[in-house]
Design a protein around this ligand. Structure first.
Ligand SMILES: Nc1nc2c(ncn2[C@@H]2O[C@H](COP(=O)(O)OP(=O)(O)O)[C@@H](O)[C@H]2O)c(=O)[nH]1
Ligand SMILES: [Mg+2]
Length: 202
């Protein structure tokens, strides 16, 4: 499924000054351990640029790569996860800050934001906070680790999040970096998005 040759071009801490490149961009966000880095690695398979691990909080900052796609390029950005801070109040403040920065710096409509959801968890306070600014973006939802939940449970999970997020919960997919479910569609979406953004700019 590899999209093209990828190069790590962006590593920043959230509190640093940073600007995103002017490229069609995919951003993944979600709790620590939900599978963000694994999903981005799947896009650039067999390369592995994003560190993954069962230890929560592996990606502490913002990590981005440029993926060459013929004459075009896609920027993919991994955001720090949340949910494992020793002090949750500090984490909430950090995310309020990062959310504000993203709202200022993300160029619409050349960016898609993917909120990765763990189908085994219920929505919580951080999800409420994140949903406030995330909804302002061109956003999609991905239920990760689809291999870990039986198919008959999926509707129930979708309903929980639909009730929690309301009207903004419009577009979701189930994916598994382990079995490959949904990954080809994700790559297809990337290809067509890059094509569309470039056509619009011509
Ligand atoms: N079963 C299963 N495990 C996964 C999947 N995606 C990631 N993982 C595992 O979940 C852990 C966290 O993944 P990672 O991509 O580092 O999550 P991140 O913290 O959101 O970036 C790692 O041990 C991965 O191997 C998946 O689709 N299925
Ligand atoms: Mg990660």
């Amino acid at each position: 499924m590899g999209l093209g040759k990828a190069a790590l071009t962006f590593t920043k801490f959230a509190h640093e000054e940073w600007e995103l490149p002017e490229l069609p961009t995919f951003i993944v966000m979600g709790r620590s351990n939900v599978g963000k880095s694994s999903l981005l690695n799947a896009l650039i398979h067999p390369q592995r640029i994003f560190r993954t691990g069962s230890t929560p909080g592996v990606t502490r900052g913002l990590v981005g790569a440029e993926v060459a796609m013929g004459k075009k390029a896609l920027f993919i950005l991994d955001l720090p996860g949340w949910g494992y801070a020793i002090r949750p109040s500090a984490e909430i403040r950090e995310w309020e800050d990062l959310g504000k920065k993203l709202v200022k710096k993300v160029q619409q409509p050349t960016t898609k934001v993917f909120w990765l959801l763990d189908p085994r968890r219920k929505p919580d306070e951080m999800d409420s906070l994140v949903s406030k600014w995330m909804m302002t973006f061109n956003h999609h939802f991905i239920f990760t680790k689809a291999d870990q939940i039986i198919r008959s449970k999926r509707k129930e999970v979708e309903k929980t999040w639909a009730n929690f997020l309301g009207e903004g919960f419009t577009d979701w997919k189930w994916m598994s970096s382990k079995t490959g479910e949904g990954l080809e569609d994700f790559a297809k979406l990337a290809r067509s998005f890059v094509r569309d953004v470039l056509t619009a700019n011509e």
